[in-house]
Every structure is written in structure tokens, then in C-alpha cells.
Design a protein around this ligand. Structure first.
Ligand code: FES
Length: 357
């Protein structure tokens, strides 16, 4: 029997009411919006998460462990790339890849135990072990090896990890020099391999390696090492903030300097309170002077994606619809800065921002 027109009309009206109620409920949920509903604004696809098995966890220097994670058909990477590890506690930490970029069945990272750190390195050292499955994101590369007539590398301690695959990848005959410093020789990972890359240590055909162990040699003489940076050379530095600042200060203006920062240079708070409207969620928040946009947003939308909280991984990037942005990161490109921000560190220049979330 065919339903009567009146019955159909009542059913359609009921369905509409239910649909509207559901939409209101979803939009009122703290889970909405789940990670950005739209493609990332940067044009960088959000990296897919992978579950990989830890198949090696070994001490390779004082306070340094190397971790190998195995999987199948893994995304390829270029020297300088890093991987975000999601640790058992949920902390997400970036580690430079230091294995073979051609190997699509495993990734290798190394990490130094930071005694007074925020807990990530201790977890890698003490809780990650063979047989554990870890989620990883990436690889991503914000420290790529650019083409240059010659190269100068400065690495401090664990900062050698992104540099090592670069050295391996340089074509035979490339002019390069490396200054590798550490507190003691025993604490410097990959030292043997690094020294083998330059067998005669005094200006071989491939390049030149200067190793400085502070307990034997004192502090590295940066002035002397950087005095002869060839014109047009690309200079790469990874290590403690003090080392990177010292290198930056010593190079002539215009030098192509590439820095790998794994520590914040800026603080998330500062310069007063402002309002943030989350347009799609229909909410307006206040960001306190001593807090970040990310903290305020996560209080309302706990599933907002983030990782480093220091302005270098890009996970928290959000599209900005209105308002002037005070960019405090060193990651976004100029075009990205036009309509997006990293909400973990950047703030409003005025009194209000409108985000597309
Ligand atoms: S969370 Fe990494 S840049 Fe904001």
C-alpha cells in the first residue's frame, strides 16, 4: 500500500527535526571539530600516522640510544628529515632520522637522555624497548640539504644525527667541512663513522672533519673554523641553542645558514590578552597574556592537533579568517603567514583573531 501524502510529510518533518538536533549536538561537543575538517592550509599534507615495531634499542654512546623501527613500504625521506614519535604516555617528540633514506622497511633515530628535560627522552630511554609498537608521524623535512658549491657543517652532540645522512649523501668530490663537538668523546654518537668519512683528517679529497671533545680539547674555536667559510657555501648547524646562536653571530650577512631547532626560541605567552573566535565551532575564547592560543583552544576543543608546542613542527597550523597575526615561529613561509598561524606560539597583534575551526 502506498503511504499517504500526509504521512510522508510528517515523516520528512520528523527527519528534519532529528537532523537539526543531531547537528546541534555534534557542534556542541568538545570533540568538534576533530582534527581540521579541511585540507591543511600549508599545502603540506598532514602526515599519516604509522604503527611501527621497535626492533632495536641500543646504547651507542654515553647517554645516547639508537632506536630502529620497522614497517613495510615506509615513506621515503631526504637527509635532514625528522620523525615524530608518539611515546607511550602520549607525548609527541621529534627525532632526526639517521639511517639509510633508501631503506623503506625501517627508520632509525637516536636520542640523548636529557636529565632536566620534559620527559620525552627519558621515556625513549627507559620505556621504549624491543617489541614495543610505536605510532610515528612523518617523516618531515624542514632542514633539507640544498644545492650549493660547498658545505660547512657544525654539529653539537646529538645534533650530529641530521648531519650524518647529509654527509653520506654528498656526491664524491664535494667540498665540505665539519666541526663536531661534544662534552667527551664517549658521549659523541657516530664518532667512528664520522671520522672514517674523512680518513686523513687534514684536508682529504672529500673534506675535512674537526672533532672537539671538550674534556680533552676545551671549547671549539668557532672563530677559526668559520673564518674561512667559502663564498656561496651552505652552512648547516644543529646542536644546543648556544652553539647555534654563536654560529649565527659569526657568519657574515648573506651567508646561507640552515639551523635545526629542537628547542623553543620564543615563548608562547606575552604582550597582553586577546580574543579568539572559532568561527565553525561558534565559540569565542580569551587568550590570557601568559598563555597560548593553543592552550585556550584545547580547553574547549581537546582534540585539536598539536605536537611540539614550540613552533617548529607545524602540527597546530590553523587557518585565520580575520585579524592581524603576530607570527612567532620560524617555520611558515611568507605565503603561509598570510592566512594561517601556528597557534602554539603565535598571537594576535590586535585584540581579536578569527580562526577557521
Ligand atoms: S605544535 Fe608544533 S608548531 Fe605548534
Amino acid at each position: 500500500m502506498k503511504p499517504k501524502p500526509m504521512t510522508l510529510a510528517i515523516a520528512a518533518a520528523a527527519a528534519l527535526v532529528v537532523r537539526r538536533a543531531m547537528r546541534r549536538r555534534i557542534q556542541g561537543s568538545p570533540l568538534w571539530p576533530m582534527p581540521a575538517l579541511e585540507p591543511p592550509v600549508s599545502g603540506r599534507p598532514r602526515s599519516r600516522a604509522l604503527k611501527l615495531l621497535v626492533t632495536a634499542h641500543e646504547r651507542i654512546a654515553d647517554g645516547v640510544v639508537r632506536v630502529r623501527l620497522e614497517g613495510h613500504d615506509l615513506p621515503r625521506w631526504e637527509p635532514g628529515a625528522h620523525l615524530d614519535l608518539v611515546l607511550p604516555s602520549g607525548l609527541v617528540r621529534p627525532y632526526s632520522l639517521c639511517g639509510d633514506p633508501e631503506d623503506t622497511s625501517s627508520y632509525t633515530v637516536a636520542t640523548r637522555l636529557v636529565e632536566d628535560g620534559r620527559g620525552g627522552s627519558r621515556e625513549v630511554h627507559e620505556q621504549v624497548q624491543e617489541g614495543v609498537e610505536l605510532e610515528v608521524r612523518g617523516p618531515r623535512n624542514r632542514f633539507p640539504l640544498v644545492e650549493a658549491p660547498s658545505y660547512v657543517f657544525v654539529a653539537g652532540g646529538i645534533g650530529i644525527t641530521p648531519v650524518l645522512p647529509m654527509l653520506r649523501a654528498l656526491p664524491e668530490g664535494t667540498e665540505w667541512r665539519l666541526l663536531y663537538g661534544g662534552r667527551t668523546r664517549a658521549s659523541m654518537p657516530f664518532l667512528e663513522e664520522i671520522e672514517k668519512l674523512d680518513p686523513d683528517r687534514e684536508g682529504s679529497e672529500r673534506g675535512r672533519v674537526t672533532v672537539v671533545a671538550e674534556d680533552e680539547d676545551g671549547l671549539p674555536d668557532l672563530d677559526a673554523f668559520l673564518a674561512g667559510v667559502p663564498e656561496g657555501a651552505a652552512v648547516y648547524c644543529c646542536g644546543p641553542q648556544g652553539l647555534m646562536t654563536a654560529v649565527e653571530e659569526r657568519l657574515p650577512e648573506g651567508t646561507a645558514l640552515h639551523l635545526e631547532r629542537f628547542a623553543p626560541r620564543t615563548t608562547a605567552g606575552g604582550d597582553g590578552e586577546f580574543e579568539v573566535e572559532l568561527r565553525r565551532s561558534g565559540r569565542t575564547l580569551t587568550v590570557a597574556a601568559d598563555s597560548s592560543v593553543l592552550a585556550a583552544v584545547r580547553a574547549e576543543l581537546p582534540n585539536t592537533p598539536y605536537s611540539c608546542e614550540q613552533g617548529w613542527c607545524g602540527t597546530c597550523q590553523q587557518k585565520v579568517l580575520e585579524g592581524e597575526i603576530d607570527h612567532r615561529d620560524e617555520l611558515l613561509t611568507d605565503s603561509e603567514r598570510g592566512d594561517s598561524m601556528l597557534i602554539c606560539v603565535s598571537r594576535a597583534r590586535g585584540e581579536r583573531l578569527v580562526l577557521d575551526m
